[in-house]
Write a protein of this length. Structure first.
Lengths: 221, 207
C-alpha cells in the first residue's frame, strides 16, 4: 500500500503529472478577483476566505479526471481490481486518494496563505482559512474519487466529474467558509463549523472510497 | 488445484460473445485458446479473471494451492492469477525497475527479484530507463518480467507474444514450460504458435 502511495506521488511529480496545474489555476483565479471586484481593500478582506475556498474547490476538481483514467488506459486498473483479495479495493482507492491529495491538493493549501495576501486578509483570517482548507479539502478528493470512478470509462469525463461532484461538495464549502469567518467575526463560532467540517472529511473518507470501489468493480469491460 | 469451467458464456456490451465453453485444467497444464478475431478469446480471459461477470454456466477453482515456504492460500481465481492483457500495466514516466518494484510490493514477493526477472527476459542493464522510452517488444518483455516478480499459480495471457522477436518468443516459451513444470497453470489466447505443450480450445467454430 505504501508502494502504491509512493508510486502515485512520484507519477504526480514527474513530467506530465500535473501537480502544478492546480496551483497555477488557483493562482490565476485568485489573482483575477481583485481586478474584477475593484480596489476596495475592506471588501476584498471580507470576501477573502470565501474566494480562497471557491478557488481551492475548483482547483481540486481540475485534476480528478486522471485519478483512475490513467490507470485504466495502461491496464493497471485491471490489476488493482484483481488484487481485491490481497488489498481491499476500497483501501486501494483510499490510498490513491491520499496520494492524489498529497500530490495535487496539498500544494494548494500551502499556496493559500500567500494568495490570502492578494486578498488583503489579516494574519488570523489567513491562518484560519489555511487550516480549514487543510482539514476540508480531503473531503473534496474523496467525493471526487466516487465521481472519477463513475466517469472512468468516458474519454472526456473531466467536465462530467465536476458537474457530478460540485453539488456534493457544497456542504464542505459551507462549513469550511463559515469556520474561516468564525475565526475573525466575533459573535460567530469557529469550533462548531470546524468540527462539522472534520466530521464531513472523516465520513466521506469511508463513503467516497467504498462507493468508488463499487463503481470501479462494475465498470470494468 | 483445478480450474474448472462448465458451459461458460460471456457477454460484451449486452451481446453474447461465446457460450457453452467447458474445460478442466489441472496443475501443470496449459490451455491454448485460439480462434478468429472477435470470437471471444479476450472476453473469455476476462471472464475467467473475474473482470467481467459470468453470463451463464460456472467458473470455479478447486483446492488450495500449496507453496512450500509460506503456504499462502488463494481464495479466489482473481487472487490466484496473473492477468497479462493487451496493455502492459506499466507507467511510462517511471523506470522499468521502479514499475516492477511497485508490482512486486503490491502483489507480493515471488521467486525472482527485480534484477533477476529483468535478466530472465533479456533486459539486462536497461532497468533504469523510463518505460516510455522502450520499444514495443521490450515493453512486452518488461510486462512478462512482471509475471515473474510475484508468484501466482495461474497465468492468464492475452496475446502474450505480440511484438516479441523470435529469440524472445523462444525464451518466453521456456518460461511458460518452467511455470507449468513447477505446478502452475496457463490459459493463453493467441494467434501465433506459443511453443508449449497444452490442450487447445478453438473458439468461434460454428457447429
Amino acid at each position: 500500500m505504501l508502494a502504491l502511495f509512493l508510486r502515485d506521488i512520484r507519477l504526480n511529480i514527474r513530467a506530465g503529472g500535473g501537480a502544478l496545474t492546480g496551483v497555477i489555476f488557483f493562482l490565476a483565479v485568485i489573482a483575477t478577483i481583485p481586478f474584477g471586484v475593484g480596489p476596495d481593500l475592506k471588501l476584498l478582506a471580507r470576501i477573502g476566505p470565501a474566494i480562497l475556498w471557491i478557488g481551492a474547490l475548483l482547483s481540486c476538481l481540475l485534476g480528478l479526471d486522471r485519478l483512475f483514467q490513467a490507470d485504466r488506459e495502461d491496464g493497471s486498473l485491471d490489476l488493482l481490481v484483481l488484487g481485491n483479495d490481497r488489498h481491499m479495493l476500497a483501501l486501494t482507492v483510499l490510498v490513491k486518494c491520499l496520494a492524489h491529495w498529497a500530490g495535487s491538493v496539498l500544494p494548494l493549501v500551502i499556496a493559500a496563505p500567500l494568495l490570502g495576501l492578494f486578498m488583503n486578509m489579516e494574519p488570523l483570517s489567513i491562518g484560519a482559512t489555511a487550516l480549514t482548507l487543510l482539514i476540508g479539502t480531503p473531503a473534496i478528493t474523496f467525493i471526487g474519487a466516487a465521481g472519477a470512478a463513475v466517469a472512468v470509462a468516458l474519454p472526456r469525463g473531466g467536465l462530467l466529474i465536476s458537474v457530478l461532484v460540485l453539488p456534493l461538495t457544497i456542504p464542505v464549502l459551507i462549513f469550511g467558509v463559515s469556520a474561516s469567518y468564525g475565526a475573525t467575526a466575533n459573535p460567530d463560532p469557529f469550533l462548531q463549523p470546524f468540527l462539522i467540517l472534520a466530521a464531513l472529511t472523516l465520513f466521506l473518507s469511508v463513503l467516497g472510497p467504498v462507493s468508488a470501489a463499487l463503481a470501479l468493480r462494475h465498470g470494468t469491460d | 488445484m483445478r480450474l474448472i469451467a462448465e458451459n461458460l458464456g460471456g457477454e460484451r456490451g449486452g451481446d453474447r460473445v461465446f457460450s457453452g465453453i467447458g474445460f478442466a485444467l489441472e496443475d501443470g497444464q496449459a490451455l491454448v485458446v485460439t480462434g478468429p478475431n472477435g470470437s471471444g478469446k479476450s472476453t473469455l480471459l476476462r471472464v475467467i479473471a473475474g473482470l467481467l461477470p459470468v453470463a451463464e454456466g460456472s467458473m470455479k477453482i478447486d483446492g488450495v494451492m500449496k507453496i512450500e515456504d509460506g503456504g499462502e492460500a488463494f481464495p479466489s481465481i482473481a487472487s490466484a492469477c496473473h492477468y497479462l492483457g493487451h496493455q502492459n500495466a506499466m507507467k511510462p514516466a517511471l523506470s522499468m525497475a521502479e514499475n516492477l518494484r511497485f508490482w512486486r510490493d503490491f502483489n507480493g514477493d515471488g521467486q525472482l527479484g527485480v534484477e533477476e526477472a529483468l535478466e530472465t527476459v533479456g533486459l539486462v542493464g536497461i532497468g533504469h530507463l523510463p518505460f516510455g522510452y522502450l520499444s514495443t517488444g521490450q515493453r512486452r518483455r518488461a510486462a512478462i518480467a512482471k509475471l515473474l516478480v510475484s508468484y501466482r499459480p495461474l497465468w492468464l495471457l492475452d496475446e502474450p507474444t505480440a511484438g516479441l522477436d523470435k529469440a524472445s518468443e523462444g525464451r518466453f516459451a521456456g518460461l511458460m514450460t518452467r511455470h507449468c513444470e513447477g505446478g502452475g497453470m496457463i490459459v493463453a489466447a493467441t494467434h501465433l504458435p506459443l511453443g508449449i505443450e497444452g490442450m487447445e480450445l478453438r473458439m468461434g467454430e460454428t457447429d
